[in-house]
Design a protein. Structure first.
Length: 518
């Protein structure tokens, strides 16, 4: 039975219900990079959520406050997530690879005054704040450079929490996602949103309490929160979490902890297939592995033969909340497609003028729903962009798809100038903004080029200023000090000019079709 959520339910009310029904049932098995394992039952998680809420409340966190989480995968991520939810506070998880400049925009835009991070990331977090901030350190029992240990502080916190409990429609998280502008957008995710996606995925995968979902993707990412954690919470099943994805350890962890389900991107799939074959590869209980992005038919076959678990491709965005399409778990899986509409999904494909496409014609995918329940609540402090994305109950994805005669959808391209690199969306304009600040650069254009492992590599075409000179290594180093590592271009090509439309816009399609040198 999955249908536990009601209109009044929240993250913590569902957690409390699960803890009451099965207090000793496993919620989390966490294995770090050294092989050390921590375990938590549902009652443990509920108690830690209450203590975390008390700790945060003592620091001044209140309903609506934004709490920044800057962590690699670890149990403390769940403590802060559910503790903040108990207070009606809002988590703002970020990629640990971000630079202080990139992080500064997020914490300022979200209004964060509290951060939970790790010792090795402390300097970056401190540099991101222009004003005072309360910073606690996870994954240590020591006070480092004046920052106290979250673990030690939590040990002294009790479970009584002041303040009103949140409602289903209250915002529980702000998930920042790259857009077509140089700055990311803050997607507002409510308690109801989280429960909705958990229910959709759990129903599709026919999840049961004895299932174990393996999380190797980063917890700051919507995929790990939406599809893995929430589907487990909605069914009372358990999570197996790794500190970071490791191609050499993935099969071992899946076998050691009896994973039955997992979620991957295409890049990790290719990394797994690049490993030497071992007997342990197929010695697991995996019954399904959901994934997204481009995998070849040969890679699909190789993975399923080698690791046993059938692959099930889906499509989703942070903004769509639940995946609007998923390949069937039972029946015909066409994994070169992104699947068919999920339970309750209403989709349409339209031309640029908004008219419906003909069967098989390519157009933009629109997803129907209720903002704050089945679709994102909107973008933080961005009414115009929210209004553009959400209109008359339809979310414009900006992605182009087509549908075949049997109702399977096929992803064609991104309408937005996005580059998909190892599971992360990178805005071309964000890279260009940095490159264009170099004193020798007149203008630039960034595109994604095929990469056998990481989906796409980043290539930048550069037009130098008159009389100026620069090398590709110099520009890469310029980017490396201003961008997260996964956003730094792999290739730079100097050109005399960039192709443009009649109104002066850069023709990225022409750059992609040119099959540029790499």
């Amino acid at each position: 039975m999955h249908a536990l959520a009601t209109g009044a339910d929240t993250l913590v009310s569902i957690l409390a219900r699960r803890a009451a029904a099965g207090p000793s049932s496993p919620f989390l098995v966490f294995e770090d990079s050294t092989g050390h394992v921590e375990r938590r039952s549902y009652s443990d998680m509920l108690e830690r959520a209450a203590c975390s809420a008390n700790l945060l409340h003592g620091l001044g966190v209140r309903s609506g406050s934004a709490v920044h989480i800057h962590l690699w995968n670890c149990p403390e991520f769940f403590d802060v997530w559910f503790g903040a939810a108990r207070l009606g506070a809002v988590i703002v998880p970020t990629n640990p690879l971000l630079t202080s400049d990139e992080l500064s925009f997020v914490v300022e835009h979200a209004g964060c005054k509290w951060s939970i991070t790790q010792p090795e990331l402390l300097d970056t977090v401190r540099a991101a704040y222009r004003g005072p901030a309360e910073i606690l350190l996870a994954r240590t029992t020591e006070t480092v450079s004046g920052a106290p240990s979250f673990r030690n502080e939590l040990a002294h916190a009790h479970q009584s929490v002041a303040g009103a409990s949140p409602g289903a429609g209250d915002v529980a998280a702000i998930l920042y996602t790259s857009g077509t502008t140089s700055r990311p957008k803050g997607v507002l995710v409510t308690h109801a949103n989280y429960l909705h996606v958990g229910e959709v995925v759990a129903q599709h995968l026919r999840m049961r309490p004895d299932d174990r979902m393996l999380i190797t993707l980063p917890m700051f990412h919507a995929n790990a929160q939406y599809y893995s954690t929430m589907s487990a919470l909605m069914t009372g099943s358990s999570l197996i979490a790794m500190e970071r994805f490791s191609a050499s350890r993935w099969a071992d962890v899946a076998a050691r902890h009896s994973a039955t389900l997992a979620s991957l991107f295409a890049a990790p799939i290719r990394m797994l297939l690049a490993q030497a074959r071992r007997d342990v590869d197929g010695h697991n209980n995996l019954r399904a592995v959901i994934f997204s992005q481009n995998v070849t038919p040969a890679q699909l076959d190789d993975f399923e033969r080698r690791f046993g678990g059938p692959l099930v491709q889906l499509y989703g965005m942070t903004e769509t909340i639940a995946p609007p399409t998923l390949n069937p778990l039972y029946g015909e899986r066409r994994n070169m497609s992104i699947g068919r509409p999920t339970l309750g999904a209403r989709l349409k494909i339209v031309r640029a003028d908004g008219s419906a496409v003909q069967q098989g014609e390519v157009g933009e995918l629109l997803v129907a729903g209720e903002p704050g329940t089945t679709l994102m609540a909107g973008y933080l402090d961005d009414v115009d962009t929210t209004r553009t994305a959400l209109s008359d109950g339809w979310l414009r994805t900006g992605d182009h798809v087509r549908m075949d005669d049997d109702g399977y959808f096929y992803f064609v391209d991104r309408g937005k100038d996005m580059i998909k690199r190892a599971g992360e969306n990178v805005a071309a304009s964000e890279i260009e903004t940095v490159v264009n600040t170099h004193p020798s650069v007149f203008e630039s254009a960034a595109i994604g080029v095929p990469d056998a492992v990481r989906d796409e590599a980043i290539k930048v075409y550069v037009v130098l200023a008159d009389g100026a000179d620069a090398t590709d290594e110099e520009l890469k180093e310029w980017c490396a000090t201003r961008l997260a590592r996964f956003k730094v271009p792999s290739y730079i090509e100097f050109v005399d000019s960039l192709p443009r439309t009649s109104v002066g816009k850069i023709q990225r399609a022409a750059l992609r079709l040119a099959r540029p040198r790499t």
